[in-house]
Design a protein around this ligand. Structure first.
Ligand code: NI
Length: 219
């Protein structure tokens, strides 16, 4: 099998695993991250095989859903498709270093390929798609869209952040813009990622302004 065929086969596999997942980490999230990764990766001159495979597999074993650092599914998939040990280790390292657990807990992404995948994933958390995802995820945890009585906590520890993400709570989804989404623009690691994030960030700022104007009955 050539690399293009392995990428397509991996896409089919991930699609079969994540189709119908309802919390915002469904197959369509993966497809968008894959598209972002191709845009950013080609512009940045990354190794597109590594980038595309890591983008496709990055949420197969998500920390929010299971505490499993061994990533048995990813491991097994890469081994059964005869990916070299070097590529396999690189892909697994990228996926493990990827996720956001609060601004205070950023892990360093060492390689260009990893930076591309992280930027691609984060781009999908902001902009018009990001707005839709915040409320979809909040809804899955029975959160109100906005609760003015709850304070915003941008500097949570990893434990606080994970606890908050996993559990139903009284925080409105709007808090999540201030605790994560509006912070992502400055955490982008590639030039292309930063450029794309700028536009999406502006769009969210305009959205929030309109949201609060409407909340107050001003608009
Ligand atoms: Ni993701």
């Amino acid at each position: 099998m050539n690399q293009q065929e392995i990428i397509q086969k991996t896409a089919n596999y991930v699609k079969s695993k994540l189709e119908g997942e309802g919390s915002g980490h469904d197959w369509w999230h993966i497809l968008r991250v894959w598209n972002n990764a191709k845009h950013v990766g080609v512009a940045e001159g990354a190794n597109m095989f590594i980038v595309e495979i890591a983008a496709l597999l990055h949420d197969l074993e998500d920390w929010k859903f299971q505490d499993n650092d061994d990533m048995p599914l990813v491991n097994e998939w890469l081994t059964s498709n005869k990916i070299s040990d070097e590529d396999k280790n690189h892909i697994i390292t990228i996926i493990k270093t990827l996720s956001f657990k609060g601004v205070a807990n950023e892990k360093t992404m060492e390689t260009l390929d990893g930076k591309v995948v992280r930027d691609a994933d984060r781009l999908d958390a902001i902009g018009a798609v990001g707005i839709a995802r915040v409320f979809t995820y909040g809804g899955s945890k029975s959160r109100p869209i906005y609760n003015p009585n709850n304070k915003i906590e941008p500097n949570m520890t990893k434990e606080q952040y994970m606890h908050k993400s996993r559990n139903a709570n009284e925080d409105g989804s709007i808090n999540h813009f201030y605790e994560k989404l509006l912070l992502l623009k400055d955490l982008m690691l590639t030039k292309t990622g930063k450029e794309l994030a700028e536009g999406r960030h502006k769009y969210m700022e305009e959205y929030l302004k309109q949201f609060f104007d409407e909340w107050e009955g001003k608009a």
